[in-house]
Design a protein around this ligand. Structure first.
Ligand SMILES: NC(=O)c1ccc[n+]([C@@H]2O[C@H](COP(=O)([O-])OP(=O)(O)OC[C@H]3O[C@@H](n4cnc5c(N)ncnc54)[C@H](OP(=O)(O)O)[C@@H]3O)[C@@H](O)[C@H]2O)c1
Length: 257
């Protein structure tokens, strides 16, 4: 399905990004994988080569989405290596809790810089190449962009910004043949919550509570987000742009509890 397509995935070293990389690899995509953790990124790249029907080896780029030079390097190396870019998956992101009473400006900046500013800059640099291939973009947003929740304030703001970014850029690029969409997952089992400082016990309680507010009665798996990303990036979604697609077991449709 993605044979000869160059697919750039940020945050491919873990969770949803890693799973998405493997799935694109199965479809013969030529991959660019980015992240900060080199060991993890190389492991993901190895798995991609194993599952790729043509044993294609991904291009791995160590890059921090908070550093402009790293972001510039992602695009430069991608184009130097493959000469084109077809699909951009803006997946790298962080999650942190905090309310208006205890989220410091430093914490706000960290979340907004990673989840919005870095993604904005990478997209800006990628667009000229996506225009050439009439490619597309899939952004990793969240149910926290579509709905409001207490105590994850900066995260909610960052994902709501990303949803608006998705719609606005979709309108700007639609006449030029480039589609832009987002997926909005509910709670998905990855390491993101541990990385935000949650311990095993807190995570267990968090997941149990989440089961009750996701109408489907369980939390999600990375592969369930991957399949939505693959669809939106494919020609099957050729008439879809500016969409924010919930992948949340129906949570967006239910009353908040
Ligand atoms: N899991 C969920 O419940 C959930 C729900 C809704 C939305 N999402 C969104 O899905 C996306 C992926 O999350 P995940 O659950 O797969 O989390 P994850 O397992 O923690 O993976 C996050 C990825 O983002 C990368 N990343 C984070 N900060 C970065 C930075 N400053 N520079 C470069 N890379 C950075 C990480 O790279 P390194 O490890 O190499 O640093 C890692 O590859 C995020 O945008 C998240 O907001 C997740």
């Amino acid at each position: 399905m993605f044979s000869n397509k160059v697919v750039l995935i940020t945050g491919a070293s873990s969770g949803i990004g890693a799973d998405t990389a493997e799935e694109f690899a199965k479809h013969e995509a030529k991959l660019v994988l980015t992240g900060r953790n080199e060991e993890n990124l190389l492991k993901v790249a190895e798995r991609c080569t194993e599952v790729s029907p043509k044993s294609l080896r991904p291009l791995c780029i160590i890059a921090d989405m908070n550093k402009e030079t790293d972001i510039e390097n992602i695009i430069k190396k991608t184009i130097d290596h493959y000469k084109k870019l077809d699909i951009l998956i803006n997946n790298a992101g962080i999650f942190e809790s905090g309310s208006i009473e205890n989220t410091s400006l430093a914490q706000y900046d960290k979340i907004m810089n990673t989840n919005v500013r870095g993604l904005y800059y990478l997209t800006m640099l990628a667009v000229p190449f996506l225009l050439e291939t009439k490619g597309n973009i899939v952004n990793l947003s969240s149910i926290a962009g579509l709905r409001s929740f207490p105590n994850i304030l900066a995260y909610c703001i960052s994902k709501a910004s990303l949803d608006q970014f998705t719609r606005c850029v979709a309108l700007e690029l639609a006449p030029k043949g480039v589609r832009v969409n987002a997926v909005n997952p509910g709670l998905i089992k990855t390491n993101i919550h541990f990385r935000s400082g949650m311990n095993e016990q807190e995570y267990e309680v968090f997941v149990e509570k989440a089961k009750q507010v996701h109408p489907i009665g369980r939390v999600g798996e990375a592969r369930e987000v991957t399949s939505a990303i693959i669809f939106l990036a494919s020609d099957g979604a050729s008439n879809i742009t500016g969409a924010t697609l919930p992948v949340d077991g129906g949570r967006h449709a239910s009353c908040p509890r």
